[in-house]
Structures are given as C-alpha cells and as structure tokens.
Write a protein that binds this ligand. Structure first.
Ligand code: TZP
Ligand code: MG
Length: 220
C-alpha cells in the first residue's frame, strides 16, 4: 500500500499518540508505546527534544519495529535525519523548521509529512503546500504545560480549520478525557493527546475509552 495515499484510513481512527518520557511516571517510551498500541492507537509520534541523537536513534529502531508489527504509522517530530536513519513513516515539522517543500525533497515521495499550524494565514499557506504535505496540526487548542509559552488558539481556529483545511487535520493541545467532547463535537476526527495519556497508570484502558468516545460520536 502507498503510505501517503492510504494515510487517511489510519489517520481517521481517532487518537494520535505522542511520546513524552519525562511525563511518563518512570516508564520508558517503549513501555508507553506498547500500551498505546495495545489500546488501539495507530498513529504514533516520537517527540523527544532533550535526549542525545544516539539514544533517540536506538529507541526509534525498537519503536519502528513495534509499530510496524502492530500495523501502525510512525512519525518523528523535528528530526528528518532520524526519520531517514530508522526508516520511519514520516516526520512532523513546525513553522520554524525547514520549508515543507525542502523536507519533501529530502524525504522523497513516500514519507508522510505533517505541518503544525496556529492561525488562518498558516492554514491558507498549508493548503497551498498540498503537494508536499499530508496533514496539518491545529493547536494548541488550550494552553498546556507540555508545550509552554505558546498561545492557545481555541475552538475558533479549530472550527475555522475544519471548514477550510484541504488536508486531514489533527487537533492538539490541552485535550483531555474531560474536555474531549467539545473537540469531537466540532467534527474533529483525529485528536493528539500527550499528557493525559502518558501520565495515566493504565494507558491501554485510557486509550480505549478515548477512542470509544470518538467512535460513538461517528455513529451517532
Ligand atoms: N504542539 C502543540 S500543543 C503540544 C504540541 C506538541 C503539546 C500537547 O500536549 P498535551 O499534554 O496533550 O496538552
Ligand atoms: Mg517541532
């Protein structure tokens, strides 16, 4: 299957899981991702800004095999070289990273590229980059200590992006089991959650409950 063309099937299955070992209550990323996969998450992003390159590489080799075996998709935040080195399925980039077109040139045509957006101008720009990118991030919806010093964009921008995005989108930022309903009701099909998942004792059950909420809305 062509990964980019088939991405939406995976993408629209609810929860987009993201690692944060420093929030994982002593568990390593391998253990946390295992639980995420067991709970049914198909899209996993490796986000580790503080570790050294070798630790990231060794960990991602293991994660790549685990995620592949579970039939999931493995995205790396920020590090294009790492994504190529471990043959991940794609990368997620921000507004201050290399231009999407350049990242596409480096990665070739088969890898998935996601781009964070924070306002309507960036969304319009992302629509113009459709040839190069595969999905956009929309957020932070609410302020969050997982990514401090960023302005929340609220439901206003989420609603705007649902209406105007020509690409699949994932909502992110301060989304938790207690406030996920409004995000689902806005029409979001894919929701990224970091702290509310990785800090939880029973990640597998948490993920199942979160996915259940999205699915039950789909069949309302
Ligand atoms: N980008 C925008 S908000 C965010 C990222 C990576 C962090 C979201 O973390 P949490 O804990 O789900 O609020
Ligand atoms: Mg980034």
């Amino acid at each position: 299957m062509n990964l980019r063309a088939g991405m939406e099937t995976f993408f629209n299955t609810g929860i987009y899981g993201i690692t944060a070992e420093n929030l994982s209550n002593g568990r390593d990323n391998i253990e946390v991702v295992r639980e995420m996969l067991d709970g049914g998450i198909k899209f996993i992003q490796y986000r580790e800004k503080e570790k050294d390159a070798l630790s990231r590489y060794e960990e991602c080799l293991i994660l790549r095999d685990m995620i592949k075996q579970a039939g999931g998709i493995f995205i790396i935040d920020d590090f294009i070289d790492l994504a190529l080195a471990v043959d991940a399925d794609g990368v997620h980039i921000g507004q201050s990273d290399l231009p999407a077109r350049t990242v596409r040139r480096i990665l070739g045509n088969d890898k998935i590229i996601g781009l964070s957006t924070h306002n309507s101008e960036q969304l319009e720009h992302a629509n113009g980059l459709k040839r190069y990118i595969d999905y956009i991030g929309v957020g932070p919806i609410h302020s969050t200590s997982t990514k401090p010093n960023t302005e929340p964009v609220g439901l206003t921008y989420l609603n705007y992006s649902i209406k105007h995005s020509e690409l699949p989108l994932v909502a992110i930022g301060g989304i938790k089991e207690q406030n996920i309903d409004e995000i689902i009701q806005a029409g979001t099909k894919t929701i990224a959650i970091v702290s509310d998942i990785v800090t939880t004792d029973n990640i597998k059950e948490k993920v199942k409950r979160l996915r259940g909420k999205i699915f039950s809305h789909m069949f309302d």
